[in-house]
Design a protein around this ligand. Structure first.
Ligand SMILES: *Cc1c(COP(=O)(O)O)cnc(C)c1O
Ligand code: SF4
Length: 338
């Protein structure tokens, strides 16, 4: 069991509506820099736009950035840079080698017992290091009828015991769509768990509202939620409260982070992240090496340094706060330990 925050607060119906906060996200890089007292940083922005992957960041996430700090670890994750356009050998459009299968509304079944459904292509935040940056999916993948084939596949394969909802961000789906999906899982007897991979509780904690908690309460399967936080500063009081609400609803909470140069590539930053996650009732699960996607080369930490950082972290934290250092390799039977 994962320890819940000692004083979970209930989601009040009066919390700001997450859809409105979603719509009000900052999308203009110059506005972001003005909010942070960094107007001179405009010189690092791409002058030819953003290569089809625009800035998008909810205002609550911006509020956790330090004003006047061009190296802020949260800012670095979202700010488009002119240097993203510089050619980088080895950094491809389809970094993980399964663009075709990720694009469809279907089921990805790469690992034994687990199948992954791309439930939607939408995200509340655009992370510059994301493998998804070169193929933004349309919202239409979320249409209930687009799941029909995937659900048939799931029903027909009794070896699958865990369904993973991914994307995009599955919690960008409206509660009614989540409900429509989970209702169709009820008569698939071989399913034992449902897992969500989502960054929403971190970037838009208001998403964890009464409606979402009602949906979670209605599930017949245990729910595992893998949140994506890369730095301790992402986990402020509002996020801690949202995670406490999930824990109080019986959700098992895990975190996956990406090792990112200039964001969390120090032992201190990784230790702080593990400690802060634990304080929020979340256990570290994976620390991923970057997918080598075009435009993200400036985030790369080489494998030697990654191993050094990871073994230094091992010397500092209890084993249960040490994430597994892994890389996704096309065709491998699991995420590969480094
Ligand atoms: C990462 C991933 C999973 C889950 O892997 P775990 O090691 O169980 O976290 C499952 N399916 C696909 C296609 C994945 O990419
Ligand atoms: S899929 Fe995850 S990493 Fe990629 S943009 Fe969305 S939230 Fe960020």
């Amino acid at each position: 069991m994962i320890t819940a925050n000692p004083c979970p607060t209930q989601a009040a119906e009066s919390v700001a509506d997450w859809r409105r906060l979603w719509r009000e996200a900052v999308t203009d890089p110059r506005e972001l820099l003005a909010l942070l007292d960094l107007p001179h940083l405009a010189a690092v922005l791409p002058d030819d736009g953003d290569a089809g992957f625009p800035l998008r960041v909810p205002r609550g996430f911006v509020a956790r950035m330090r004003r006047g700090d061009p190296h802020d670890p949260l800012l670095r994750q979202v700010l488009p840079l002119a240097e993203e356009a510089h050619p980088q050998p080895g950094f491809a459009l389809d970094a993980v080698g399964d663009l075709a299968s990720r694009e469809g509304p279907g089921l990805l079944h790469k690992y034994r017992g687990r199948a992954l459904l791309i439930a939607t292509g939408s995200c509340a935040v655009n992370c510059r290091y994301c493998f998804r940056r070169h193929f933004p999916y349309g919202e239409n993948t979320a249409a209930a009828n687009a799941w029909a084939g995937a659900l048939e596949q799931l029903r027909a394969d009794a070896s699958i015991s865990e369904l993973i909802l991914s994307g995009g961000d599955p919690l960008s789906l409206a509660d009614a769509k989540l409900e429509a999906l989970s209702a169709r899982l009820r008569d698939i007897p071989h399913l034992r768990r449902l897992r969500l991979h989502t960054r929403l509780p971190v970037v838009l904690p208001e998403r964890v509202d009464a409606g979402l908690l009602r949906w979670i309460g209605s599930l017949h399967l245990p729910l595992v939620c893998v949140v994506h936080a890369n730095h301790a500063n992402e986990l402020d009081r509002d996020v801690a409260d949202a995670l406490a609400r999930l824990a109080a609803a019986g959700v098992t909470l895990l975190n996956q982070a990406v090792l990112l140069r200039g964001v969390n590539d120090s032992v201190a930053a990784l230790e702080d992240l593990s400690e802060r996650l634990f304080a929020c009732g979340v256990l570290p699960y994976y620390l991923h090496q970057l997918d080598r996607v075009r435009g993200a080369a400036h985030f790369e930490v080489d494998d030697t340094r990654a191993r050094t950082l990871h073994s230094a972290l091992r010397d500092r934290v209890p084993g249960y706060l040490l994430p597994r250092l892994v890389r996704e390799v096309a065709g491998a039977p699991a995420k590969l330990p480094l």
